[in-house]
Design a protein around this ligand. Sequence first.
Ligand code: DGL
Length: 217
Amino acid sequence: MTKIGVFDSGVGGQAVVDAIKRSIPDADVVYADDKANVPYGNKTPEELKQLVLPILNMLSKQGCDAIVVACNSVTTTIISDLRQKISTPLIGMEPMVKPAAATTETGMIAVCATPATLKSTRYAWLKQQYADGVEVLEPDCSAWPYMIESKQIDHNKIRSRIADVCEAGADVIVLGCTHYHWIEKEIKDIAKEYKTTVIQPEQPVIAQLKRVLGLRP
Ligand code: DGL
């Protein structure tokens, strides 16, 4: 049976596990998190390496055929280092800057992500490569992973951040942190009032996972 490992700091990855199970129901999906150290979004690449490597090693030793790094903060900061150390194929998740920039009609997009992701060189590269000439808003969502992890959702804060970027003219919002998948419906409902689209990478990541595992699309 195909064995898929999924990793995130906390509940973000669980949303991705649910999506994988819906799409590949007969796979054995093993989930590992690091709740003792959540949130990851305010950690340095060095700190992340120390935390993540042992966990991915453990998933690899359990015989996973592929591991989904369901964490934008880890993917954008250290995935190349991890790939050098872990022989199991790693599938990362990163902000969908390319499709957002390709579809915006206003020339303005918003990326909701953690400070670690927003500071990363990979994210800077994505913007430079695919969003040249597009204005990219980066609302402060740094408190959201903890808020979601601890189930203390501040609905007013979410509304105000999302309404702000929509009112500023962003017509595509990128969810660049898997924790935010849990509030995707809430964000979409607010964005809809402004005809703004909300995107996140679960489906393209699952398509890539299937390619790596040699499964039918
Ligand atoms: N869910 C993770 C991400 O996609 C990390 C959130 C956090 O722990 O700060 O970035």
